[in-house]
Design a protein around this ligand. Structure first.
Ligand code: ADP
Ligand code: MG
Length: 693
C-alpha cells in the first residue's frame, strides 16, 4: 500500500488552490491527474520581476514592475475596443489595456486614486508606454510578493500561467520530506541536494543555470526517476523468475522436420539465437529473453522452432501478436511448416465469440492444440492451456512491463520469448528491457537487394502516380501509406479514403484500402487480396506497420513522411525489399520542410540499418521525442532526458542491481526508502511483488 507520507501528493489536482473544476482538465492535460504530477512539471524559463524602473524609463519589450497611481478609467465604447485605465507616476503616464474586461471587476482591482503595483510586459503605443493585461496588479503593500523571479511553465491554450505558478507552489508546500533513497556516499560525491530541496530548486530557478538539465537538482531528480525505472525492471525480472521454471528438453524430431522443409538455410544469427533460446529452455529457471532483430531478419522462424521444442516435450506454446492482421498472418505463414511436422495450430482472437471460441478453448484444455496463435485475447481469463510451456510475444514494443507482469500473474512458470523489431539505441534498451536477456539477429537473410529510397515533395505526386503505374505494369505490388494521427484521425481517414478513390480512378479497380477503423473481416479481405494477387496497390494507414509479409510487394509510397517517426518509417519500409527483386521506397513530404526534418528523412535515404537510424534519430531529436512517440511502448521519462542523463542511467542500473542483490525484498532502511521511491513514480504494481514488510 502507498505510504501515508505520499497521500498529499496523490490527491487529485483539484486539491490545489486555483485549480477548480473548470481549469482542472487543462492542468491535467499538461501534467497528469495527481498533485505529484505538478511536481514533475518543470519550468523551462524564468521571469525576473525585480526590475522596477520609473514609468518613463521602462523600456518596451521587457517585463517590468511599476508603482503607479490610478488616475482614470476609460471604459470600452464597443466590444472590439479595449477598456483602458490611465495610471502615472511622477515621471510619466502608463496606459493599462484590457480586452473583454468587466468594468466592476476593474473598478475593484484598480480604484481611481489608489496606488498599485503592476507587473507585466511593457509596450510602446503611440509614443506612450502601455501594458496589456498585466500579469500582476496588487496594492503597493504587497510589493514583495511581486518582486520575485517567477518560473515559466509549459502551458496549454486557455490555461493562465499564474494558475500553474500558484499550483506548483502549493504542490511544493504539500511535499513531505522523504527518507533518502540514494546511497549517501554517491549523493555526496555528486553534490546533489536532498529530494525535497531539489524540487524546491527546480521550481524556483534564480538564473539560467538552474534551468539546465545538468544542474545538480535536475540531475538528482532525473536519477531518482531512472533508479525507480531500473529498480522496477529488476523487480519484474525477480518476480518472473521467482516461480521455479522447468526444464524443456525436446528430442529435436519436430525441429528437424521443420528445418528440412524450409526453402532456405537458417542464417548464422538465427542459429546462434536458437542455441541461446534452447539453452534457456533446457535450464530449470525461467527464460525471459528478448529476440531483437531488424525488420525482415527472420524472427518468425526462430519463434516457430522454439515453440516446436516445447511441443516435442508434450507441452503447448502460444504466440501473441499485437494485431488481428498479424495473428492471422502468423497462422498462415506457420501453417505450411507446422503441418509437415504434424503440429496442430489454432487461432484465437477477440473476434472469436460464443461457440467457436468455446470449441477452441475446449481443444486447448484437452491438449489437442499444440500452438495457439492470437492477440492479447490469448491471455484473458477463461483461456486455460493443458500445459503451456512457452509464450512468444511478437513485436513487443506494443506491450509494456505491465503486460509482462500480467502474464507472470497467470501463475504459470512459463518461459517467455519476446520479439521486437524496434531498433532501440543501446542506452534506451536498458530503460525498456533491463530485465531481459537479449539475443540479436544482426544478420539479414542472404540475397536481399538494397531498397532504393528517395525523398520527394508531395508536389510531384503526378510523377509518382505515373511511376507507380509503370511499376504495376511491370508486375510490381505497391503499398501506398497515408499517415494517421490520433489528433486528426477523422481528417486523416478521409484523406486516405480520398486517395484510394483517386488512385482507383487513375489506376483501375485493382486498388484496395485498409485502415484501422475498418471491420476485421474487411481488413482481412483487403490484406488477403493484396497478398494473393487480387490487388496491385494497397492504400493503407499504418495498420500494416508491424510484421506484415507480402514478399512480392516491391514499391512503397509514404505520404507526409515527415509526420512519421524514423523508427516507424524504417518499420514501414521493411515491408518491401523482402525478395530478390529490386525495391523502391518514395518518401513524400509536405512543403515547407524544415532543415532538421529534411536531415531526418535523408538518414533514411542513406541507411537501412535500423540501429544506425535509431542512433541518428536520437541525436537529431533527443530522447524525449523519440520516447514520446506513444506507440513506441518505451517508458516515457518526465524528468530524465537520456541525451543529457544517459550516463546516469548506467549508474542507476548498477545501483539497482546491487540493491536487489543485498536486499532483494527492500526490507532494510534504504530498501524501505526505495519502496517510497517506487510508489512516488507509480510503480505500485512491482511493489506488490515484494514480500510485505
Ligand atoms: P521479421 O523478423 O521481420 O519478423 P520474418 O520472420 O517475417 O521477419 O521474415 C521475413 C522473410 O524472410 C520471410 O519471408 C521469411 O520466410 C524469410 N526468411 C527468414 N529466414 C530466412 C533465411 N534464413 N533465409 C532466407 N529467407 C528467410
Ligand atoms: Mg515479424
Amino acid at each position: 500500500m502507498r505510504p501515508e507520507s505520499l497521500y498529499p501528493l496523490f490527491a487529485p489536482m483539484t486539491a490545489l488552490p486555483g485549480v477548480g473544476p473548470r481549469l482542472a482538465p487543462l492542468v491535467e492535460k499538461i501534467t497528469g491527474p495527481h498533485v505529484v504530477d505538478m511536481l514533475w512539471h518543470l519550468p523551462y524559463g524564468l521571469v525576473d520581476r525585480r526590475f522596477m524602473p520609473k514609468v518613463a524609463e521602462a523600456p518596451a519589450g521587457r517585463i517590468a514592475t511599476l508603482r503607479v497611481q490610478v488616475d482614470q478609467h476609460l471604459p470600452s465604447t464597443s466590444s472590439r475596443r479595449p477598456y483602458r485605465v490611465i495610471c502615472s507616476d511622477d515621471s510619466g503616464t502608463l496606459t493599462l489595456v484590457f480586452f473583454h474586461a468587466k468594468g466592476d471587476w476593474l473598478d475593484r482591482l484598480l480604484p481611481v486614486g489608489s496606488e498599485r503595483i503592476v507587473s507585466g510586459m511593457v509596450e510602446n503605443f503611440n509614443d506612450g508606454p502601455q501594458m496589456t493585461h498585466p500579469d500582476h496588479v496588487v496594492p503597493s503593500a504587497q510589493l514583495a510578493e511581486v518582486m520575485t523571479i517567477e518560473p515559466v511553465y509549459p502551458l496549454t491554450a486557455g490555461l493562465p500561467g499564474k494558475i500553474v505558478v500558484k499550483a506548483a507552489k502549493a504542490a511544493l508546500e504539500r511535499t513531505p520530506q522523504l527518507p533518502e533513497w540514494i546511497d549517501p556516499t554517491f549523493l555526496q560525491r555528486q553534490a546533489w541536494p536532498s529530494w525535497r530541496t531539489a524540487l524546491q530548486c527546480v521550481h524556483a530557478p534564480t538564473g539560467e543555470a538552474d534551468l539546465s538539465p545538468v544542474s545538480p537538482a535536475r540531475q538528482r531528480l532525473a536519477y531518482d526517476e531512472m533508479l525507480a525505472n531500473q529498480l522496477a525492471l529488476g523487480l519484474v525480472r525477480a518476480s518472473l523468475r521467482k516461480l521455479a521454471g522447468r526444464s524443456i528438453v525436446g528430442d529435436g524430431r519436430l525441429r528437424r522436420k521443420i528445418v528440412d522443409s524450409l526453402p532456405f538455410q537458417l542464417t548464422g544469427a538465427q542459429q546462434r539465437s536458437l542455441v541461446e533460446i534452447e539453452r534457456d529452455m533446457v535450464a530449470p529457471s525461467r527464460m525471459l529473453r528478448l529476440l531483437q532483430g531488424d525488420v525482415g531478419s527472420g524472427k518468425t522462424v526462430v519463434a516457430l522452432l522454439a515453440m516446436a521444442a516445447a511441443v516435442e516435450c508434450g507441452c503447448q506454446a502460444a504466440l501473441m501478436a499485437p494485431t488481428e492482421i498479424l495473428a492471422r498472418q502468423h497462422l498462415a505463414t506457420l501453417q505450411g511448416a507446422a503441418e509437415t511436422a504434424g503440429l496442430r495450430l489454432a487461432l484465437l482472437t477477440g473476434r472469436d465469440k460464443g461457440k467457436a471460441r468455446g470449441k477452441i478453448l475446449e481443444a486447448l484444455a484437452a491438449g489437442e492444440i499444440d500452438i495457439l496463435i492470437g492477440t492479447h485475447a490469448l491471455f484473458q481469463d477463461g483461456v486455460v492451456f493443458r500445459d503451456l510451456a512457452l509464450a512468444v510475444i511478437d513485436e513487443q514494443h506494443r506491450f509494456g512491463v505491465h503486460q509482462r507482469l500480467d502474464l507472470a500473474a497467470k501463475g504459470q512458470a512459463i518461459d517467455m520469448l519476446v520479439m521486437t523489431a524496434t531498433p532501440i539505441p543501446r542506452t534506451l534498451m536498458l530503460t525498456a528491457y533491463g530485465d531481459m536477456d537479449v539475443s540479436r539477429l544482426d544478420e539479414k537473410p542472404p540475397g536481399r537487394r538494397p531498397i532504393d529510397t528517395r525523398v520527394l515533395p508531395l508536389a510531384r505526386l503526378d510523377e509518382v502516380v505515373e511511376g507507380v503505374r509503370r511499376a504495376i505494369g511491370a508486375g510490381a505490388k505497391v503499398y501506398w501509406i497515408c499517415p494517421l494521427v490520433e489528433e486528426s484521425e477523422k481528417i486523416d481517414l478521409a484523406a486516405a479514403a480520398e486517395r484510394h478513390a483517386e488512385l482507383t480512378t487513375l489506376l483501375g479497380s485493382r486498388v484496395g484500402l485498409v485502415h484501422g477503423k475498418m471491420k476485421g473481416a474487411e481488413k482481412d479481405a483487403a490484406m488477403a487480396a493484396f497478398a494473393a494477387d487480387g490487388l496491385d496497390l494497397l492504400v493503407a494507414t499504418t495498420v500494416i506497420e508491424v510484421g506484415v509479409n507480402v514478399p512480392e510487394a516491391t514499391v512503397m509510397v509514404i505520404e507526409h513522411a515527415e509526420r512519421f517517426g524514423l523508427a516507424q518509417l524504417h518499420q514501414l519500409r521493411g515491408r518491401i525489399g523482402r525478395s530478390d527483386r529490386a525495391s523502391t521506397c518514395l518518401l513524400l513530404y509536405g512543403s515547407p520542410l524544415s532543415e532538421n526534418a529534411k536531415a531526418r528523412l535523408n538518414i533514411l535515404r542513406d541507411s537501412e540499418d535500423g540501429f544506425q537510424i535509431a542512433e541518428e534519430d536520437l541525436r537529431l531529436r533527443g530522447a524525449g521525442e523519440l520516447l514520446g512517440t506513444r506507440q513506441s511502448g518505451l517508458p516515457e521519462f518526465r524528468l530524465a532526458d537520456l541525451t543529457q542523463h544517459g550516463d546516469l542511467l548506467a549508474t542507476a542500473r548498477n545501483d539497482a542491481r546491487l540493491i536487489l542483490e543485498t536486499d532483494p525484498d527492500l526490507q532494510k532502511p534504504r530498501g524501505q526508502a526505495l519502496r517510497t521511491l517506487l510508489y512516488l513514480f507509480e510503480r505500485d504494481a512491482v511493489v506488490k511483488t515484494l514480500r510485505s514488510g
